[in-house]
Design a protein around this ligand. Structure first.
Ligand code: URA
Length: 237
């Protein structure tokens, strides 16, 4: 159970006092009945709430997968680039969605967005060792990459020396390969290939845990994840 005014203010319909006024103005119905007081207790998962005749969409937790396009930044505000939040439409834009493992502005592919802090932590925490898989296009043909499979010294986001965990490299073909890593230091994949004297020209995240990016999602598209897909994220091969 939850207070109606709390639910509606969490969903950004207005401040509690604005919502109180909406109720006084007979603009809110619960299960078809106009209510006059917004401090009533409701079951947000069962009761049907409408404002000005429009159904209020409620979920405790939201989980989306998005195919992040190049040029979009994994920040909610930015002066230079388009933030990912601008790609999210109603009703999901009423929720405070964070990115589970950011991608650089010039990288593309799978990002998972959620308002579930615990889930987000599990996905990004090194303790849980969730592998993220990237399709990499390189400047030069790939050779002698064994050091990446052992671990190399790169700089982390704070420019401190950082020893990477062993990466899995596969599907090697001339200037492309796939790499799976269970960490997400700033520019990590780029810095790892820099270590072996190469340069990442294009980076696409295809997979988190066992969850593949839905190929039907065009860059900028997103959709909700199913319960089964959420479990796949937290699994490794
Ligand atoms: N590694 C990078 O260098 N960039 C990304 O966007 C993701 C992983």
């Amino acid at each position: 159970m939850m207070r109606l005014d709390k639910m509606l203010s969490n969903l950004k319909y207005g401040s509690r006092s604005e919502i109180k006024n909406y109720a006084r103005q007979s603009r809110i119905t619960v299960n078809g009945e106009t209510i006059k007081d917004s401090d009533i207790s409701i079951d947000p998962l069962k009761d049907q709430v409408m404002i000005d005749g429009e159904l209020v969409f409620y979920r405790e937790s939201i989980y989306l997968m998005m195919n992040k396009p190049m040029g979009v930044i994994c920040a909610s505000v930015d002066d230079m680039y388009k933030p990912y939040t601008t790609l999210i439409d109603a009703p999901f834009n009423r929720f405070d969605l964070n990115v589970c493992g950011r991608l650089d502005v010039d990288s593309e592919g799978l990002i998972v967005l959620t308002n579930d802090g615990e889930f987000l932590h599990k996905v990004i925490s090194p303790k849980h060792d969730i592998y993220k898989t990237y399709y990499v296009t390189l400047r030069d043909p790939l050779s002698s990459y064994q050091s990446l499979e052992k671990g190399v010294m790169i700089k982390d986001g704070a420019e401190r020396p950082y020893l990477t965990k062993p990466a899995k490299i596969f599907d090697v073909s001339k200037n492309t390969c796939r790499i799976s890593i269970s960490e997400g230091k700033f520019h990590q994949v780029k810095r790892m290939f820099e270590f072996i004297g190469n340069e990442v020209k294009n980076l696409k995240r295809e997979k988190i845990g066992l969850l593949d990016l839905d190929k039907a999602l065009l860059p900028g598209d997103y959709r909700e994840l199913t319960a089964i897909e959420l479990e796949l994220i937290l699994k490794n091969e």
